[in-house]
Structure formats: C-alpha cells, structure tokens
Ligand binder design. Structure first.
Ligand SMILES: [Zn+2]
Length: 426
C-alpha cells in the first residue's frame, strides 16, 4: 500500500494547477539512478522546487521540507529524462507540438533536430527551452547542408562555392539556430565547401555536427575540428588506430541504430506497435506503413532479413563496445521523426537505442549515462550540464519507472510518470 495516498493526489494536483514553484514535490523511496553511471542509491529522497532539484540522496541525509507534496516511489526507480541528440521534426508547428508531447510522454526530455527545419519553425525550438509550451527541451540545426538529400524536397542548403557556403552559415546565424548540420553522404560537397562551412561556423560561434558513415569523411571533418558525429563509420571495422584517433580528438558518436532497426522491429513487435503511445509518436504515413499487412509480410519474409540484422550488428556493435570501453563518448541518437524513414517513432526509438547499446556490450548503467548525462554533455559541450543527471541544482527532468532498468535495460519503458522542469507531464 502507498504510504501517502492522500498526498499523491496533492502531488498530481500540484503539477498541473499549483506547479512545484509553490509546493515542493518530494519523491520518496525510489531506487535512484542519477545518470552519472555510479551505483544507484536505494531508498532515495529527491526534493524538487520550481524547475530545479533542490536536494537528492539517501533518505537519511535529505531533509523533507514541510508542506511538500510527497510522492511515494517505493519499489520504483527514478532516473533523469532521456536525451536524444539525433531527431527530425519537420512538421507544421501545431503538429510539431503534438509530436513533442508524444516524445515527452515517452520520457525524452531533451531532443536535437538535425538539419531539416524550415526557418519559420526555428523560434519554436527556443520556446521549448523557455517553457512556453510543454515539450522536450529542443535544439535545432535549422536547414542542414546536403547536396541532394536526405529526401526529395528536404529543406537544406546546397552551396556550390565556399562563398555561398559562408553566406548560408550567416543566414543560419541570423535565424539563431543552435547547430549546423553537414551530411557527408554521396554526392559529397567539394572539400573547399566543407572547409568553408566549418570555418564560418566557428567564426559565427555555431557548433558543426555531421552525418558520417566512412572513415575518410570522419578524418576530413575531425581534422577541421568537428567532434560531434551522427552514425558511425561502417566502411571498415573499428581499429586501434581509429579508437586512438577518436580519443585524441575527443570525438563523440550517436550511432543511430534505431533508424536501421525500425525497418523491421515494429513489424516484429505488434505488442509495442499497438500501444497508443507508440501510435501517437508516428507520422500518419508511418502509421499507415506499419499497419500495412502486405508490407509487414514482405518485410518479415524477406530472404535477406536475417542477413540485414547481422550486418547492422556487425557494423555497429563492435564500434560501440570498443569506443565506449576506451572512453570515447557514445550517446543516444535515433533519427526519430525522420521523413525519409517514417517508421522510426519519437520516444520509443530512444529506448531501443539504449537497449541496443546494452546488446552491444555496454553495462546498463553506462548505457543509461549515454542516454542522459553524456548526451547532455554532447549537446551543451560542457562537462557539467544543468540537465542529464539528478543532483542538487540540476533541472528536474525526471523519469519515474515501475521496473528497474539496471537489472533489465528493457525496463526503461515501464514509465510511471515523467517530470519536465519540475512539473509532471499530464
Ligand atoms: Zn538524421
């Protein structure tokens, strides 16, 4: 039996009506996974006041303020909200807000949209961070740089000269985007155009992030100073040289496995596909594709399906394991919401990414750190970001779970409640 049944109602009320600015919310009794990768704290107390965590630790050490709304979290697990560094959300503004809410309900409290956002939607991203409406804290790379893709009609820049590239970067600066995205996909931009984008990005103070799947492109960009990579090189197996290079350049990778796997995963898991929360996190066309019985039958009976699964693992798992063992930062990015894919849903994809990190050989607590503190470090480019972990002074972006993901990483989806900036998500 919950020990504070009446107070649980007060807590629910406080989130929507009063907000914890007035009444502190105290989450009591959970096993606390703080996002740093350290041993969980049993029987914890986390005090939330306004949008911040005021105190967090073992019950014996934390004082519970009077007049607090107590949430009895005995037998539950509390962890930071998830961070997804590789998403797309190029939709009309009202629909963006709807998908953001769907993503938030899956416990993703921070997302970065990687390069297909039209100028008119860029201000919405800043509004998510100001708390103007309920959404994950969201960042955007505006229109990215891609010679011919990533899908027909995508809003991207296609400069043919260094001057044109620089002027596009200045346009992005005027829009106040958070990042610049370059796709190193074929056909490639000439090297002087790439160099101009990166150099102008540095002059304008905007970090460049890049889609990279081959070692030569990785070297090309990393030698120019780019460190934040989406996907991973798949043209050669990971080597000690590549690991040493990545370490020396402080590179980070978001392998983006969920986007590869989603081509078959949801057809194989109708139990997950049919969850209303999952359906709400798909675009109508993606929903339709996944509901198409013929498409499903074709996908599941394809003679090369087993081979594709094996190839995905072989091209990514050893990379993830070797890099993370060596201390190279691997973080969660999924390509959720990508129009080219349609079947990579917001929210659940991020959970799958963490699960696959564990399949690749990362210990569960390290995989959780990859999806929380480390991903926040990559986005903020600081070692001690104000979100991504649970501790005094951090933003209260929290995920309360019914089951323990440190025992079985699949349990990150046993979501009881999500808190964004101190308020429970309805
Ligand atoms: Zn992408």
């Amino acid at each position: 039996m919950p020990r504070f049944p009446a107070l649980i109602c007060a807590a629910a009320l406080s989130s929507t009506v009063l907000s914890s600015a007035v009444v502190p919310t105290v989450i009591v009794g959970a096993r606390l996974i703080d996002g740093t990768g350290t041993t969980p704290i049993e029987d914890s107390v986390v005090v939330v006041e306004g949008d911040r965590i005021r105190a967090a630790g073992p019950r014996a050490r934390i004082q519970i303020p009077r007049n607090a709304a107590i949430v009895d979290a005995k037998a539950k697990v509390l962890m930071p909200g998830l961070v997804d560094v590789h998403c797309h959300i190029n939709q009309p503004p009202d629909e963006m807000k709807r998908y953001w809410l769907a993503q938030l309900r899956w416990g993703v409290t921070t997302m970065r949209s990687a390069g297909n956002d039209k100028p008119e939607t860029v201000p919405l991203f800043r509004q998510t961070r100001a708390g103007d409406f309920l959404a994950p804290r969201s960042y955007t790379a505006g229109q990215g740089f891609n010679v011919s893709g990533p899908y027909p009609g995508a809003p991207t820049f296609k400069p043919t000269t260094p001057d044109e590239a620089r002027s596009s970067v200045r346009e992005l600066k005027a829009q106040k985007v958070d990042f610049i995205k370059i796709w190193m996909t074929k056909p490639l931009f000439p090297p002087d155009v790439i160099a101009a984008i990166v150099d102008e990005g540095r002059k304008q103070g905007i970090t460049v992030i890049a889609h990279v799947t081959d070692v030569a492109s990785l070297h090309q960009l990393a030698d120019l100073g780019v460190t934040d990579f989406l996907h991973n090189p798949i043209d050669q197996p990971v080597t000690p040289d590549l690991i040493a290079y990545a370490k020396s350049k402080k590179l980070t990778f978001a392998p983006t496995l969920a986007n590869i796997e989603s081509r078959w995963f949801y057809y194989e898991h109708p139990d997950i596909l049919n969850m209303p929360m999952l359906q709400a996190a798909l675009y109508p066309r993606g929903r339709q594709m996944l509901a198409d019985a013929e498409r499903r039958a074709q996908t599941l009976s394809a003679p090369d399906l087993a081979q594709r699964k094996t190839r995905m693992r072989e091209q990514t798992y050893p990379f993830i394991k070797a890099m993370s063992d060596a201390g190279v930062r691997i973080v969660t990015g999924t390509d959720c919401g990508a129009e080219a894919s349609q079947v990579t849903p917001f929210g659940h994809a991020t959970h799958r990414e963490v699960q696959m990190f564990v399949e690749a050989g990362m210990p569960p607590l390290a995989a959780i750190r990859a999806a929380t503190l480390d991903a926040a470090r990559v986005i903020t480019r600081t070692e001690d970001p104000e979100y991504g972990s649970i501790g005094a002074g951090k933003v209260a972006d929290l995920l309360l779970l019914d089951k323990d993901p440190s025992v079985d990483i699949g349990n990150t989806i046993s979501i009881s409640r999500v808190m964004r900036a101190g308020a429970w998500v309805p």
